[in-house]
Write a protein that binds this ligand. Sequence first.
Ligand SMILES: *Cc1c(COP(=O)(O)O)cnc(C)c1O
Length: 393
Amino acid sequence: MNKENSGFSTKLIHAGEIQDQFGSATVPIYQTSTFSFKSAEEGAKCFAGESDGYIYTRIGNPTINALEEQIAILENGYGAIAVSSGMAAATTIYLSLLSSGDHIVSTDAIYGPARGVMEKQFVRFGFQSTYINTTDVEAIEKAIRPNTKVLYIETPANPTMDITDLKACAEIAHKHKILLVVDNTFCSPYLQNPLDLGADVVFHSMTKFINGHADIVAGIIITKEKNLYHQLRTMMINMGCNMDPHQAYMVLRGLKTLAIRIDRAQENAMKVAEFLEKHPKVAWLKYPGLKSHPQYELGKKQMKGDGSMISFGLKSGYEGAKTLMNHVHLALLAVSLGGVETLIQHPASMTHSKVSKEDKQKAGITDDLIRFAVGIEDVNDIIEDLKQGLEKC
Ligand SMILES: *Cc1c(COP(=O)(O)O)cnc(C)c1O
């Protein structure tokens, strides 16, 4: 079987699998820090890069490499670099692609810490950043300066669910000879493949959909081409933000069911979104699957499904959001997303509480915004839970 040309779900089960001497059906956990060489000559070859033998787990490990190979295939990339977390992926990218005095243009409604680390930590190393509403393609073009090196997009954005045109971004980036980086966490490789749309680097917090079981924190970076792959891999090795073999095994296990988990979650999400949109206490709602979403057509074009993330606001505002948090019983009041369980959170008082009022307002993160990550439970139970909670709001 040619696994590279098979369907997505077949690749989830079979791509990247390794052949061991026992015919093991799953990838074994090579829980070792180091690897012995058969001879001094073999050791020398490994260090000279003339052999792809393993040396040390921070540099490479068979369990981790099986996962890297599989994700690279799923995203149609040259290669993948597994890291300890999604934020390790973001910081490895920043530190690999930017030098002191370089500038980055990015989505304003973005994963909070990915912006926080730029504006509060990396600013000390001379990195410059501009955050804008990237659904406005002209605004991107205007924000690019002579020292801009990276356009960094998250779509759908967190937590506004705004959708940015990735093809248009790739055109702008390449016209200005800068790199397009995409945080593809909200979609996973099942729903969106940014490299196919022109991106140079893609990354995932595998903590979310890819692992999918809320039991691991992990990240991965995929590049379109070889030189970028080696540049990023070297940074990961030297920073020491590598993945652990056991962590890789857990992700490999979760990954197998990615397609069926997302199919079920987005089927549930559509029904939940329809219920909420009609509810008299709901002021507004954004879900890529509903025509009311401002970039509905674009979402249909660049995404292969609508996903399972919903954002909405209540007529009773900030207080209403907090009341709902305190009165749902099935949905867990927790940050994160992409697991089998339904989660609810309130960015203004939780994930985005450290973002300034002005920046929140500009990014469309309103005080009433509730982020709802739909799980794979029975949809009637999810809706019943919301219905009884909304009665109190
Ligand atoms: C969670 C998340 C991250 C960070 O990932 P960690 O695994 O928590 O470090 C980055 N981007 C998005 C969109 C996320 O949801």
